[in-house]
Design a protein around this ligand. Structure first.
Ligand SMILES: Cc1ncc(COP(=O)(O)O)c(C=O)c1O
Length: 453
């Protein structure tokens, strides 16, 4: 469906070029951006509209944030109503009634036993919070020597100190060495194109890489290790799907050694893998789950950590006087009432519009569509899981990232948005897109690649 765009042409790019003097864009090559600005002026349904009046299919659901599309009137109404009723309530020593209800509701999506929710405002905060909970838990149990954390190469866990320490993206780490947490190791990532290129869904090779965790336990002794943190599917470095049996092995090793397993589900939570969480998709139950992004459909920042009840019990049951705070952590906007209203509205839509069923259809449609491009020039790998997929492209010699950038520019000219990480292109269309829209999106992407190579 073509939406009339003239109403959205209210800005002119020159103004933005001037305004860019003041705006330092995050995770953006700012010098390149000034020469090639991308300015969005509005969003409706599964489309963005830019300052050239172009209608762009939202092939990455914002930043994996907006699976329900943009501007749903039900979200608008819920947010407006909450604003009129109560715009803010202190997050410490009290909370709005709807935030209690939201916590309960979220635990109906998480695996049984994970039923205490700590609210924060972003994925990064969720990760750092989960790491702190892990330390507090072991300490409460009298095992304060357990402080080491284990992440994974190519993992992305946000931009805060804990997250970059356990994260495994070199560029996010190399400038910040002295700030990083001590005592962190990384498991190897599981992507090996010689063994698994063009796998549909989970690759069958690679479960043995989980044994590296046993090696780290031998090296440090389990009594020094607090937690392992992993994205079930690594999103930011390009939809790296866990090999069959890999997560199960990690779970078993953690259980055997009393190490907590944290699934960072900031991208994978709430339907992205055509299941509530990656934990459900892969049938592996972690001890904590972080979430953010889709919980409010990206409309208002919100994140959180869902923890096993006995973790909560251990930390809150450390003794001392009852009026004393047990866990010294939290944020001014934790469980913010307007974010809470947005989250309830998003979950209402999720439930009333049969969104989970739609994700199951799109899982197949997107998987078939992306793998149909196999054999086209320039594609080194195609991966998919749920409503997410990625392509590794042949780089331009000596210029890492330039191919990805050129492909993004060309995608925009062709009316589609994708997510780039260097020369890897990720896709995560909205769950409310029709199968035909998703097919046409991928077909357009195929045309872009034909031009590029
Ligand atoms: C797995 C994961 N963890 C944490 C984050 C950080 O989230 P935020 O940007 O909301 O801080 C992200 C962001 O993409 C993510 O993908």
């Amino acid at each position: 469906m073509k939406i009339e765009t003239s109403q959205f042409k209210e800005v002119n790019s020159a103004e933005y070029i001037q305004a860019m003097d003041a705006y330092w864009l995050p995770y953006t090559p700012n010098r390149y951006f000034r020469k090639n600005p991308k300015v969005m002026t509005s969003a409706k349904g599964v489309y963005y509209f830019d300052d050239h009046g172009r209608q762009l299919f939202d092939g990455a659901s914002g930043l994996w944030t907006s699976p329900l599309g943009h501007g749903d009137p039900r979200m608008i109404e819920a947010i407006q109503k909450q604003y009129e009723k109560m715009d803010y309530v202190p997050a410490f020593q009290m909370a709005g009634s709807e935030t209690f209800r939201l916590a309960k509701r979220i635990t109906q999506y998480t695996p049984p036993g994970l039923n205490k929710v700590f609210f924060v405002n972003s994925g990064s905060e969720a990760v750092d919070t989960a790491l702190k909970i892990a330390l507090a838990y072991h300490r409460a149990k009298g095992e304060a020597t357990r402080f080491r954390m284990i992440g994974r190469e190519r993992g992305y866990h946000g931009a805060c100190i804990g997250g970059i320490s356990v994260g495994g993206i070199p560029a996010n780490r190399k400038m910040f060495g002295p700030m990083m947490m001590p005592g962190v190791d990384h498991l190897p990532h599981t992507l090996n194109l010689s063994q698994m290129a063009f796998s549909k869904g989970q690759p069958t090779w690679g479960a043995h890489l989980a044994d590296e965790l046993e090696r780290l336990v031998l090296l440090h002794d389990a009594s020094n290790i607090a937690a392992v943190i992993l994205e079930p599917v690594q999103g930011s470095t390009g939809v790296i799907v866990p090999p069959v049996g890999y997560l199960e092995k990690i779970r078993d090793i953690c259980t055997k050694h009393g190490i907590l397993l944290i699934f960072d589900e900031v991208i994978t939570g709430f339907g992205r893998l055509a299941a509530n969480f990656g934990a459900d998709r892969f049938g592996v139950k972690p001890d904590m789950i972080t979430f953010a992004k889709a919980i409010t459909n990206g409309v208002i920042p919100m994140g959180g950590v869902v923890v096993r009840e006995d973790i909560y019990d251990a930390i809150t049951g450390i003794g001392g006087q009852e009026q004393a705070i047990e866990f010294f952590h939290g944020f001014t906007y934790s469980g913010h009432p307007i974010a809470t209203a947005a989250a309830h509205a998003a979950l209402d839509i999720f439930e009333s519009d049969g969104i989970m069923e739609k994700t199951k259809v799109l899982d197949r449609v997107l998987g078939d569509a992306v793998h149909s491009l196999k054999g086209q020039a320039g594609i080194l790998d195609i991966r998919n899981c749920g409503v997410s997929a990625a392509f590794d492209l042949e780089p331009i010699a000596g210029k890492p990232g330039l191919r990805g950038m050129q492909v993004l520019e060309s995608c925009i000219e062709h009316g589609i948005l994708v997510r780039i990480t260097s020369d890897t292109i990720a896709m995560g269309p909205p769950f409310v897109a029709t199968p035909a829209e998703v097919e046409s999106f991928v077909e357009t992407f195929g045309r872009v690649l034909k031009k590029a190579f």
